[in-house]
Design a protein around this ligand. Structure first.
Ligand SMILES: [Zn+2]
Length: 697
């Protein structure tokens, strides 16, 4: 090691090397030279001599630790470091070295703590090693999914060692185009300015605060804004800046709390949404799972028999269930994607369905790792592989952590493996993605929204701002995988696109009722809508869970004269459901009678079996068993081969405590399912029959 005599001593004392550890480093260098020449014993002996002569200087123990670690003697290295810390509990090189040990072991959280301690204990003039420490901190923060903290550390690195030619390359490696990260994670965030309208006393305090924050030390910035939010707790810009400063420090929990206040206080929806977009980035950080909507679930198995595992993979590969398998033998890694098992009724049916992601798969050394943001999908793949490899895998060990930014909606991903060409494939991906977002996601309670579903959040001031931020973030993260999906469709459905009510349809211009939000649907003039418009509006309202609205469309439609071939079953069915939900069985029967009349007059009685089924169910519920039986018999006569009808009759009779009648339908179904050779149904009817027998005892 050749160190400039007038450079800061590497021990971290802050003294120049020449007047600090230079004399002993001559001896230390000799030991390292011997080691590099393969003379390990001699090297160690020489190092021990240095320790004997200069045992009161922690630097000799620190260097001994380094030498031992290089020789693969990790435990002895730790012992030597202990001796160094006994002499100086804040020995800077000791923190650095111990941090390196943890880093190599993959103990990232521990390494990060030690690197931060090292930064505090090195003398500020030791800019070279401090820059290196910031680069290591950036790496740790990066692995803990905290890109803002990583970026802040890199900024410090450049500030400490601006002339280092590798700075640009290091930054590019994390945040360049190749990173694949969404812009929410890679962009440079800046502190917000105080609005011009702010009171003079805040303005003065604000200027003082910015001066204190300008040192470049992250602690100073966070402290300054902490003070400011204590003095002026109503100022959203101060909370935003505090959140940002905390995120730069890697303190995501504190950042989240501050951003929460910023969004609550800020009535400017656009600006508040941006603050929440940042909060979503923060939520993807390490150890934020309790508050996060996106969590990666991983199960790890120890593989006892690799051959059996690879046999299983081959089987999956033949079934086109494994994608993108890649081996990197030098790292001992195998990675790929397992697709969900598609159960189609026929080969054609299977081929028409694009499978969803089952799990990301990694084989590293003797370990198999499966992960996905959807725990049930991982579980299904894990169960399948465990069964197929019979005993080749240990018990699974579950872990959860933050997913990569681009993985957050992997449950909405399908892989159209049977698509004819790329165009069809990407169309299918976008189609599925759209249906997931617009039919499933909008009803899913989100932790970010205090367990309120997006569809219910849009009408509430604070939740609405957050929701806008969430969608902004999702659009950013999924730009690659569902790039052609138009998030405005989702925003519109949720009523987030301003107050833009549906434009009145110009003559000859088709209106897309399927894209409308609840308020838009509610504002439609039902009388002026054409029949097919009412039908579409009815369907949209159903998908949005707007039950009352759907009923309104249904009633309007039923009040109009029906055209030949008009099927009004969906509307009638909804009205029945609604009446039953309110316990109004008379009303349900009235709607049912109207539906039956319409069906036989205009629809060739195509829904006779379904209406008879509803009738049977309602009468059974009312305890009118004879009428129920008559309806069910009519139902079976109308559709003798539909097993689900027999099943529903048996279930209704079980609920009505009529075991003999339930048994009658169960046995009828059992007979039919045997004739049809339908094993699943057979089992189902057997269960129904045994439930009926139990009830009659
Ligand atoms: Zn020194």
């Amino acid at each position: 090691m050749s160190i400039d005599l007038y450079a800061p001593c590497p021990c971290g004392s802050g003294k120049k090397f020449k007047w600090c550890c230079q004399p002993i480093h001559v001896l230390i260098d000799k030991a390292f030279r011997l080691d590099s020449e393969g003379q390990h014993d001699a090297a160690l002996k020489s190092m021990e001599e240095v320790c004997a002569q200069h045992g009161d200087n922690p630097e000799v123990w620190g260097r001994k630790a380094l030498l031992l670690y290089q020789m693969g003697k990790a435990e002895e290295a730790e012992d030597a470091l202990e001796k160094a810390f006994a002499l100086n509990p804040k020995y800077p090189f000791g923190f650095y070295l111990r941090g390196r040990f943890r880093h190599v072991e993959g103990e990232i959280r521990g390494a990060l703590l030690l690197f931060r301690k090292a930064v505090e204990s090195y003398d500020p003039i030791a800019t070279g090693i401090l820059a290196q420490l910031q680069s290591l901190i950036a790496d740790c923060e990066w692995r803990l999914n905290r890109p803002l903290a990583a970026r802040a550390a890199l900024r410090m690195m450049v500030r400490l060692d601006p002339a280092n030619p590798s700075n640009a390359e290091i930054q590019e490696g994390y945040f360049g185009k190749e990173s694949g990260l969404p812009s929410a994670a890679t962009k440079e965030y800046t502190l917000r300015a105080l609005p011009d309208s702010a009171a003079p006393d805040i303005k003065t305090a604000w200027t003082d605060c910015l001066e204190k924050a300008a040192t470049g030390a992250l602690n100073d910035a966070a402290k300054a804004f902490e003070e400011l939010t204590t003095r002026f707790p109503q100022e959203p810009a101060a909370w935003y800046n505090l959140g940002l400063a905390k995120a730069w420090q890697g303190d995501n929990a504190a950042a989240l709390t501050a951003l929460q206040s910023a969004v609550e206080l800020d009535t400017d929806e656009e600006r508040a949404a941006e603050a929440w977009n940042l909060a979503e980035v923060v939520l993807l950080g390490d150890r934020m799972q309790d508050h996060a909507d996106h969590v990666r679930h991983t199960v790890i198995f120890q593989v006892r028999d690799m051959d059996r595992l690879f046999n299983c993979f081959r089987g999956m590969e033949e079934g086109r269930r494994l994608l993108g398998m890649k081996a990197s033998p030098e790292e001992g890694l195998l990675t790929g994607i397992v697709l969900e098992k598609v159960q189609g009724l026929t080969l054609e049916h299977t081929a028409s369905k694009a499978p969803r992601l089952g799990a990301y798969l990694t084989v590293a050394g003797p370990f198999l790792r499966l992960s996905n943001t959807d725990r049930a999908s991982v579980q299904a793949v894990a169960d399948e592989i465990r069964t197929a490899t019979a005993g080749a895998l240990s018990e699974g060990n579950w872990q959860s952590g933050p997913p990569n930014f681009v993985e957050i909606l992997s449950e909405a991903l399908v892989f159209p493996i049977y698509a004819a060409d790329e165009q069809e494939a990407s169309r299918k991906v976008v189609e599925y993605f759209a249906s997931y977002m617009e039919e499933h996601w909008i009803h899913k309670p989100l932790k970010s929204l205090g367990n309120v579903a997006p569809i219910d959040a849009a009408g509430h001031g604070v939740l609405r701002r957050k929701l806008r931020g969430i969608i902004q973030f999702l659009a950013d993260c999924t730009a690659r995988l569902a790039g052609q999906y138009d998030y405005d469709k989702l925003r519109r459905k949720l009523g987030l696109l301003g107050g833009a009510a549906a434009a009145p349809a110009a003559p000859g211009l088709a209106v897309d009722y399927s894209a409308m939000s609840t308020p838009e649907l509610a504002s439609l003039q039902v009388e002026s809508l054409p029949d097919n418009g009412l039908e579409q509006a009815f369907q949209s309202a159903l998908k949005l869970d707007a039950s009352e609205l759907a009923a309104k469309f249904a009633r309007t439609l039923l009040s109009r004269p029906a055209a030949a071939g008009a099927d009004r079953f969906p509307q009638v069915s909804h009205l029945i459901r609604q009446a039953l939900a309110e316990g109004k069985t008379d009303e349900a029967l009235a709607a049912l009678a109207e539906g039956e009349t319409l069906d036989s007059a205009h629809n060739e009685g195509k829904r006779a079996a379904e209406y008879a089924q509803r009738r049977g169910q309602i009468h059974a519920k009312r305890g009118e068993i004879d009428q129920a039986m008559a309806a069910f018999e009519r139902m079976i006569a109308a559709a003798p081969n539909e097993l689900r009808f027999q099943g529903s009759a048996a279930e209704a009779m079980l609920s009505a405590k009529q075991p003999d009648k339930a048994l009658h339908f169960a046995e009828g179904g059992l007979k039919k399912s045997r004739q049809q050779n339908n094993r699943d149904s057979e089992q189902y009817f057997q269960e129904l029959a045994s439930a009926a027998r139990k009830q009659s005892v």
